[in-house]
Ligand binder design. Sequence first.
Ligand code: HSE
Length: 310
Amino acid sequence: MSEEWVRIAAPATTSNIGPGFDTFGLAMSEPCDIIEGRKTDSDTRIVEITGPGSENIPFNPKANSVGIAVEQVLKRCNADFGIELKIKKGIRPCSGMGSSGASAAGGAFLANILCGEKLSSNEMILCAAHAEDVISGGLHADNVSPCILGGFTVIRSYEPFDVIRIEPPNNLGMVVALPDIMVATSDARKVLPAEVSVKNLVFHVGNASTLVYGMMTGDLNVICRSVKDAVFEPARVKLVPLLKEAEKEAVSNGALVSFLGGSGPCIMSFYDFNTGLGDTIAEKVKAVYAEKNIKCDTWITRPGIGCKRI
Ligand code: HSE
């Protein structure tokens, strides 16, 4: 049995991006979770979990995003071994930055390497999405898809599963601000309406379509004016104190648009990376929370390539 440890960097992702609830996702270049694993003759087990929020992450592989995704891959590949795992969180859980998705995707990507790369990208995505379903209270692959494929992804259909990857513009600068507030995806999904009006459906279809056009043509202005959400962010705004104030401050200081990242509480701002305004936007959003004595971490990042072996 090989004793070689394999290390994977699995990046944060932002999902929904305005009109694309459960369909749009975008990989960041950082931060990342690091998932390490090696084959073992015994059952899959998690031997180490470190990093922000790790104290609340279960070691039981059946209740852990990495463990569940790894088991799915081993089962699909008919593997006759288990995997010993170490998880180093770079993305805090309950952040809206695809924390569980990064762990699940990183686990699936790692297990597939140890199985001799038998699975396609879509199969890895489905293994990771299964972990999301168990952990986050709903089947959604909008974080795990860009985490595996990199770039911007659109899920056309869940059954049958059909995802398309689009290369986003390289000057799509992103500022992620994460206030010290916890929002579990499962809770954020409970506040959503069961139905949407035709008016809002029309609004979302229009904005989603132009957002995709903007990604394909590299037009930052079209992308940013299409980041509109009449349904999901309005339902979740009560879960994130100072969200609207933070968004306003970002846009007043160089962001082209600012919105709730995934299920929150992180605040995403898009800007033209070439303006170099990322630091200013980050400081201004941080200051909104500092005024109320709420700590807020920030990252200045860009589109990334998804999971990679390091
Ligand atoms: N699309 C999901 C949601 C993403 O908004 O609930 C969760 O990160």
